[in-house]
Design a protein around this ligand. Sequence first.
Ligand SMILES: NC(=O)c1ccc[n+]([C@@H]2O[C@H](COP(=O)([O-])OP(=O)(O)OC[C@H]3O[C@@H](n4cnc5c(N)ncnc54)[C@H](O)[C@@H]3O)[C@@H](O)[C@H]2O)c1
Length: 271
Amino acid sequence: MENVDGQVAVITGGASGIGFGFARSFGAAGMKLMLGDIEAAALATAEADLSSAGYDVETFVVDVTDAAAVDAFADATYSRFGAAHLICNNAGVVERHEAWGSLEDWKWVIDVDLWGVIHGVHSFVPRMREAGAPGHIVNTASTAGILGFPGISSYVAAKHAVVGLSQSLFHEFAMENSPLGVSVLCPGVVDTNINSSTRNRPGVDPATVDGKMFTGWTEVLTPEQVAEIVLAAVQAKQFWILPHEHYGEQALANAEGRVAKADPVMPQVRR
Ligand SMILES: NC(=O)c1ccc[n+]([C@@H]2O[C@H](COP(=O)([O-])OP(=O)(O)OC[C@H]3O[C@@H](n4cnc5c(N)ncnc54)[C@H](O)[C@@H]3O)[C@@H](O)[C@H]2O)c1
């Protein structure tokens, strides 16, 4: 998808962090913006900000864990813009727990981080295939999709699955010579509101959630830096997007360890 000017970008989790960074960068590149998010107030603030920058933006409150809601989000996109070209399945949450931890924690994270992406692919890709125009899917995974970080096992499992399904989708598009492309985004630490993810957890009072970001860590990127890297990758039809290259090296060592029958590599964050 070389030419993005005038094309329609759809972003889940668009009200905050990386998704909002996407919206600003894609808007600046001339794209029309359809933002979906579960947080109505943050979405309204994002819309006001993007509109005042002169971008053509529409918003829609959507819970990506709900297949019918994501279908309604796609309907709203097509009725407002008549097309969808760049789909960013980006909404995500994290919860800290060990692999033997609470099933409620597991379920919530898998529902948002894996089913949210599945629903996005399911609701948009058939319509894009039917349109037959060039387009692109960006699935937000994480370095947790290529390495086994301890203490966030549901997140690691969901993100590994997103990396896997994105690779399948890549081959499925290639096998039918599709004008559609796919990328998987695997960032390290980005300065967002991810550490207060539980603000969006059903049954939790957001006022009680205190999620400090990883201040002072040397590898922290801004959402805008990540968005520029993603935009360039979409235009180059590049599948793997690893804004923090040191994790690519660790993932390579981990992959070599599979062949050598070594233990998994312990991920190293640059603090
Ligand atoms: N921040 C990081 O260090 C980092 C690193 C790697 C990957 N990621 C991934 O980036 C993506 C974006 O996260 P972020 O860091 O910008 O965090 P964020 O909390 O700033 O943004 C996430 C957005 O997703 C929305 N959301 C949460 N649950 C939702 C649901 N059920 N339906 C619709 N929207 C929902 C939130 O309201 C929020 O606007 C996530 O998939 C996350 O896993 C983040």
